[in-house]
Design a protein around this ligand. Sequence first.
Ligand SMILES: Cc1cc2nc3c(=O)[nH]c(=O)nc-3n(C[C@H](O)[C@H](O)[C@H](O)COP(=O)(O)OP(=O)(O)OC[C@H]3O[C@@H](n4cnc5c(N)ncnc54)[C@H](O)[C@@H]3O)c2cc1C
Length: 427
Amino acid sequence: MSQAKPKSKSQTPTAHKVVVIGAGIVGVNLALALQGRGYDVTILDRGEPGMGASFGNAGGIAVTECAPIAMPGTMMNVPGWLMDPLGPLSVRWRYLPRMMPWLLRFVASSSKSRVEQIAVELAALLNRAWDDYDPVIAKAGLADAVFKKEGAIAVYRSDASRRGADYEIDLRRRNGIKIRDLTRDEVRDLEPDLAPIFACGVMEEDWGRVLDPYKIVMGLYKCFLDQGGTFETANVTDFVYRDGKPRAAMTTSGDQITFDSVVVACGAWSKTLAKRLGSPVPLDTERGYNTTVPYHDAKLSRMVICADDSFVMTPMEMGIRVGGAVELGGLIAPPNYERAKALFAKGKEALPKLNAEGGTEWMGFRPSMPDSKPVISKSPKHQNVFFSFGHGHLGLTMAATTGRLISDLVAGSETPINMTPYRINRF
Ligand SMILES: Cc1cc2nc3c(=O)[nH]c(=O)nc-3n(C[C@H](O)[C@H](O)[C@H](O)COP(=O)(O)OP(=O)(O)OC[C@H]3O[C@@H](n4cnc5c(N)ncnc54)[C@H](O)[C@@H]3O)c2cc1C
């Protein structure tokens, strides 16, 4: 492939300028990776960096999560979940018709043969996550903000519910992931503040967590600026073409920001820009909620996944964050914070010393593809266009790997893994 090669910053008159649209955890990681290869990089965002989904997520470096969201049998559970308006899955019914194309592909992705394949393809990204993050975190001086490989535990209310996860756990083990069963007593020893309602659990040793996801984005962003990177506030709506090639980003204020290459990394909002660049894509959002309460009496030593109720609890710098859930409702409808409250109530059942006082609620838009795999792709239409979005539940985890891979694609270098599974036109 013959893409323009990067020039060093000392050659600025002819430097190859890459514009990255989106300053979330994905955008800043790939901006840093591109900068590391000598490109002249500008990040554009319509708001402040790090205020999208990357702001308030659960903070898990969830490298063991290679099982997709649509699993065999998932659809059987859906009617039961939907009966409970504050359960782990809810739908804004008025949005349902617009979401149908996504949902049909989601269902098609849940067959056993597809799930087996998707798990291999997600594991190919996840198994690299620490190796790709380590140098980025070290360079940005953020090592103290990342708790590494202390593991997470998933807890189950009954042996039957643990057995219900047999297929998923086996799938993950077959993809090289270390998972160790825990007895009731072992769960209690690891996390004494948990209520005695959990019959068993599993330890997922390779998980890590960050102390504040927003601080990670901002730390990497600062590193990008310190190294000479540029940021512009710009709400990109379209592109200017010259000689059939996209050459500038058009913004709501009428500016045209020129580039040699462009990467769309707008998280859940990437669909419109991808379409403008000739690549329609079935991206939608799974909205998620959480509550973060300051430390009172409850203590946790690591992330805890309450498997039966599909929520997680993360000890963070500012307190304990309790959340999860999936709400299918698009990008426009206002948040329904009753969902955050319902999750917090379940959190209190699991961790009785949790205290709501001083808590803050948050909703974020996960950028989700129906097959749970991100888009990390060059454009099939334009040699100077690249896409990097759709990381769903795992954007924090996969961001450094995504940065590395996109920088390979832009440079036209060989990638360390096969990129076909993540191409934008796979549907
Ligand atoms: C409740 C919840 C818990 C989660 N927990 C975890 C977890 O534990 N571990 C994990 O790995 N992941 C987790 N995630 C997922 C993770 O947060 C996302 O996958 C990730 O943040 C996506 O990053 P992003 O950079 O692609 O998008 P975002 O962070 O949303 O950034 C997109 C940026 O693009 C900008 N933008 C959009 N449109 C335009 C435009 N037209 N012009 C200019 N700028 C634009 C936005 O302003 C925004 O800043 C969680 C998500 C949620 C909601």
